[in-house]
Design a protein around this ligand. Structure first.
Ligand code: PRP
Ligand code: URA
Length: 209
């Protein structure tokens, strides 16, 4: 069974609360998602391997640690996942970015694919699949399926807010994928929206409603 990491750092919790507030406009919403994504990236990359190198400080030669060149790819689920890319890239600027386009059919709540472009060597990279909302889990589960079909083996899912239903779906479909969330909410409403959630993440990010 995959692990669920809830990142309940006070700074993250504070910023998630600001994002939930319906009075928060698109500009501030985008800035907050960017900041939280950067804070989450710090935890998500905690297990990156290190190697020892020798350098010369102004005082002496020293053996120090640097990241052992592990290759990362950030894969946002369009649209809302785009809002998490820059924050993570600010900590890992060498990461490549792939895109998976999915929207959730409002009637069936099933994900519909409309775009997929991944780095050529995606299967050699650790993948951070990012999307602010994990509701029914249908979109995340389908995106992980596409990634696995492309040969990706090392995948982490990073969400801002998750419903228990979404966590259960991803764990059942992909027990090898660890999930990192900033907040675990109560449940879904009849339209598949997370309660209390923050509403429609894509619309709030891009001002489309
Ligand atoms: C939202 C969200 C997730 C999905 C979550 O995207 O960003 O991708 O819904 O729901 P699920 O877990 O039930 O699949 P949406 O389909 O609204 O598309 P958008 O990002 O283009 O607005
Ligand atoms: N997608 C969203 O943007 N918000 C939800 O609460 C559920 C799905």
């Amino acid at each position: 069974m995959s692990k669920v990491h809830v990142m309940d750092h006070p700074l993250i919790q504070h910023k998630v609360s600001l994002m939930r507030d319906k009075e928060t406009g698109s500009k501030e919403f985008r800035e907050l998602l960017n900041e939280i994504s950067m804070l989450m990236a710090y935890e998500v990359t905690r297990d990156l391997p290190l190697k020892t190198v020798e350098i010369e400080t102004p005082i002496c030669r020293a053996q120090t640690q640097v990241i052992a060149g592990k290759k990362l790819a950030i894969v946002p689920i369009l649209r809302a996942g785009l809002g998490m890319v820059d924050g993570i890239m600010s900590l890992v600027p060498a990461a490549k970015v792939g895109h998976i386009g999915l929207y959730r059919d409002p009637n069936t709540l099933e994900p519909v694919e409309y775009y997929c472009k991944l780095p050529a060597d995606a299967e050699e990279r650790e993948i951070l699949l990012v999307d602010p909302m994990l509701a029914t889990g249908g979109s995340a589960s389908a995106a992980i399926r596409f990634l696995k079909r492309r040969g990706c083996k090392n995948i982490k899912l990073v969400n801002l807010i998750a419903a228990p239903e979404g966590i259960a779906r991803v764990q059942a479909d992909h027990p090898d994928v660890d999930i990192f969330v900033a907040a675990m909410d109560e449940k879904l409403n009849d339209h598949g929206y997370i309660i209390p959630g923050l509403g429609d993440a894509g619309d709030r990010l891009f001002g489309t409603k």
